[in-house]
Design a protein around this ligand. Structure first.
Ligand SMILES: Cc1cc2nc3c(=O)[nH]c(=O)nc-3n(C[C@H](O)[C@H](O)[C@H](O)COP(=O)(O)OP(=O)(O)OC[C@H]3O[C@@H](n4cnc5c(N)ncnc54)[C@H](O)[C@@H]3O)c2cc1C
Length: 353
């Protein structure tokens, strides 16, 4: 089977890439192992306000506005950052909307199809038995991207997460962040979504055995203060790449491979936020794919330059802060409150030199 652009993964990055390339008139095949777009949800579902500029259908997937961020350092009272606008989404509706946009633009989107392997010559084996040849592969297949590994660009630094959905007993319009030396390499969160809330934590993957207790303790504390109910309405988790941006392109013989979203390591290494970078990089990857097909041999490097100009400064700072905390843990010590503050975006210390 031949297509001009083969997109691996139909999360926000892949669906955005497929839509962009199809809008520009290219033949696009996009596949995802999920049977239904966006399900199961593996996300805390917060996006900053500016995503609305990129995604037309944001209004249909938004579930409640967020106005502030509150950060709790150990047992201290909350520090409030008042101006922190964003939206809580229904992530399944959000992702499905992006896949619909890709289909409307003319991309062939096939769900329930797994990428089995990527050969050294760029041909891709799918679980339905087909072998696909493409001028460009867009690897948008998440943190453990097969496309990334095929060109030697694998995410190695990862955070493991666990999240439960619980009844929210007191309406809330802020994202609550819990920082503690007992949550190594990550943080706890309570994100309100109407009458429910996503309550979870992420830790450096080396500490994943501690996650169940961390989330249970957070749940017990929030239940104790009357903010959430005891019932667990849902549970999810997943990996978050936190090692920063990879080289987002490479070649397999004549096939250009572009990486987007989590596969390119664009997720913020401190907050874990990756929806907005996935949408943005997906669009750019779709455009770069078309430029390659129309003869631009520099499409890969130009794509890398564009990603670096948008994301590199923020990713580099986050990586520095992440490493400062990791070094403390690696030395067998626990970070104090000042170090935890320096490692979180809400505090001026984070932004200092
Ligand atoms: C628990 C948790 C909470 C999070 N909370 C937030 C948040 O509140 N805000 C935020 O901005 N970010 C959050 N993130 C990060 C965010 O979810 C990701 O950064 C975002 O989904 C990246 O989009 P993507 O399209 O690159 O990858 P994904 O959304 O992971 O999409 C990749 C797709 O590729 C498919 N795929 C993978 N391998 C194969 C294969 N072999 N064959 C076929 N298909 C394949 C997958 O099924 C998937 O649909 C969270 C992540 C986790 C785990």
């Amino acid at each position: 089977m031949h297509t001009e652009v083969l997109v691996l993964g139909l999360g926000p990055a892949g669906a955005s890439a497929a839509a962009e390339a199809a809008r520009r008139g290219r033949s696009v095949l996009a596949v995802d192992r999920k049977r239904e777009a966006g399900r199961p949800v593996q996300c805390a579902e917060f996006v900053p306000g500016m995503v609305g500029m990129d995604v037309g259908h944001l209004a249909t997937s938004a579930r409640q506005p967020i106005r502030a961020m509150r950060t709790f350092v150990e047992d201290e009272a909350a520090d409030v950052k008042a101006n922190f606008p964003g939206q809580m989404l229904d992530r399944a509706v959000f992702d499905a909307g992006l896949v619909d946009e890709a289909r409307q633009a003319g991309a062939q989107c096939r769900l329930g199809v797994r990428v089995r392997s990527i050969r050294a010559d760029g041909r891709v084996d799918l679980s339905d038995g087909s072998v696909v040849e493409a001028a460009v592969i867009v690897g948008a297949d998440g943190p453990r991207s097969l496309a990334g590994c095929a060109i030697g660009q694998c995410n190695t630094a990862l955070v493991e997460t666990r999240q439960i959905t619980v009844p929210l007993l007191v309406p809330h319009q802020a994202t609550d962040i819990f920082l503690s030396a007992e949550i190594p390499g990550g943080y706890g969160w309570l994100f309100p979504k109407g009458r429910v809330a996503n309550l979870g934590a992420g830790v450096d993957i080396a500490h994943k055995a501690a996650l169940k207790d961390i989330v249970a303790q957070l749940h017990a504390a929030l239940r104790g203060s009357g903010r959430v109910g005891a019932e667990v309405l849902g549970m999810t988790g997943g990996l978050i790449p936190v090692g920063g941006m990879l080289t987002p392109w490479g070649a397999l013989e004549n096939t250009l491979v572009l990486l987007a979203g989590d596969a390119a390591g664009l997720t913020h290494p401190v907050t874990g936020a990756g929806i907005a970078p996935a949408v943005h990089s997906g669009r750019l990857a779709g455009r770069a794919a078309c430029e390659w097909i129309t003869g631009s041999r520099s499409a890969g490097t130009e794509y890398q330059d564009e990603l670096e100009s948008v994301f590199k400064a923020a990713l580099d700072r986050a990586l520095r802060r992440r490493r400062e905390l990791s070094e403390t843990f690696a030395a067998g010590m626990q970070p104090g409150k000042a170090a935890l503050r320096r490692g979180w975006i809400a505090y001026p210390e984070y932004w200092a030199a």
